[in-house]
Design a protein around this ligand. Structure first.
Ligand SMILES: [Zn+2]
Length: 408
């Protein structure tokens, strides 16, 4: 992608402001971030010592070596720190405001929230849209579409009570998908195999038939909505890819054949390695600990293969960002690098590629003129010190400063 240095039409005088919290009026609609080393989420090289301008919540300029800023702008001096797009976590389960805030301070300005009860995330996402900037933008999946929906599903949709015995057949799956779309979900999440995080389910076990998955994808497509398919086992994953889902979540046991089809179809792969690594923690049921010990190495192996094949891989934590969650998207980026992904690609996997998977690349996921000003700053060059991504010092969400720890 072409990177053009755009010079701001502005002052002759250099505004030599050093950052101070008082200078950062939230009411000022223009913010100039100066002395920033920019990784824009699209290009392959950083833009060193740049100035990034924000106007009315959007990125309005990026200039290499710029020394001038418009009058009246609030100035944030990054003093050589690194500026990146806010993370787009491709797979979360955020269920309350506290968790949403925890995600935001870790640098997640957008998340694809793939399943929680009662449409709580719709409300959180709506608050974000109405100007609450200490929570991320959430793209919501509502409930998992599964053969046996959770009981909460029927509390939200009592009119589907006749499906309590099981969602079977094309008509039934279409009704479930339609009901969720009518409630305003942004993405449909299906369970094409059983879950891994419960001791009494077998994650290799396939659930829906080919016809049912095809009907789910077709029903969603009528409303221009993508389908994310939870699939550990290969059979369920292959059927999902063939039916045209947008992404495979987890993909632990993907075969070479399925990976090749994903490459051909452009299906995204969200390996969520960190959540598999988290299973071995002592607080979990012993069955899960045992499972994690073989699933984590296996999903890393699958991811390494997918990287070599050129499958579109994106970063998702599969975390709830609640009090028990000690993994963040920075862990997943580290995992992808450990699997052989170049650091710059891993950052794109957590920003612009993830936005593309969600279909929102024209709004966010990169530092590009016209996109929402969703930005984070870190101390060190993440291309050489990826752990720096764990310690986010500044979060700008929809153009507003939501976290600022720069002064320390
Ligand atoms: Zn999940």
């Amino acid at each position: 992608m072409k990177k053009s240095a755009i010079w701001f039409c502005c002052l002759a005088t250099l505004v030599a402001s050093t950052f101070s919290p008082a200078a950062l009026s939230q009411s000022s609609s223009i913010i100039a971030i100066i002395n920033a080393n920019v990784i824009d989420g699209i290009g392959n090289q950083p833009i060193l010592n740049a100035t990034v301008m924000i106007k009315d919540g959007k990125i309005s300029g990026i200039a290499a070596n710029s020394r001038s800023v418009p009058a009246g702008a609030s100035v944030i001096d990054l003093k050589g720190y690194w500026l990146l797009p806010g993370f787009v976590d491709a797979h979360t389960h955020i269920a309350d405001m506290r968790s949403a805030r925890a995600a935001l301070v870790s640098g997640v300005t957008t998340a694809r929230n793939l399943g929680i009860p009662y449409f709580v995330d719709k409300g959180i996402g709506e608050l974000n849209r109405r100007g609450v900037t200490d929570v991320p933008e959430l793209l919501c999946a509502g409930y998992h579409v599964r053969v046996r929906p959770v009981e909460e599903f029927f509390i939200s949709f009592p009119q589907l009570q006749d499906l309590m015995g099981g969602v079977r057949g094309e008509t039934a799956v279409r009704r479930v998908v339609r009901a969720q779309i009518d409630r305003g979900v942004d993405v449909i999440k299906i369970n094409a195999t059983e879950r891994a995080g419960l001791p009494d389910t077998d994650p290799r076990q396939r659930t829906f038939t080919d016809e049912e998955i095809a009907a789910i994808v077709d029903e969603a497509r009528k409303s221009n909505i993508y389908v994310a398919s939870h699939a550990h086992g290969d059979e369920g994953a292959f059927a999902s890819v063939r039916a045209g889902v947008r992404s495979i979540e987890h993909g632990t046991y993907l075969s070479d054949k399925t990976l090749a089809l994903m490459k051909e179809r452009g299906t995204f792969f969200v390996p969520t390695i960190s959540t598999m690594a988290e299973m071995i923690e002592p607080r979990n049921d012993v069955i899960l600990q045992i499972r994690g010990k073989h699933m984590a190495p296996r999903v890393r192996e699958t991811t390494a293969k997918a990287i070599k094949l050129g499958v579109k891989i994106i970063a998702g934590t599969d975390t709830e960002y609640d009090r028990t969650s000690n993994f963040r998207l920075a862990n997943e980026i580290q995992e992808l690098i450990n699997c052989g992904m170049a650091p710059m690609e891993a950052i794109k996997a957590a920003t612009s590629y993830s936005a593309e998977c969600a279909g929102i690349q024209n709004r966010t996921g990169a530092i590009k003129i016209g996109l929402e000003a969703d930005l984070i700053a870190i101390e060190r060059d993440p291309l050489t010190d990826v752990r720096s991504l764990q310690d986010v010092l500044l979060v700008i969400n929809n153009g507003k400063v939501a976290l600022n720890r720069l002064k320390w």
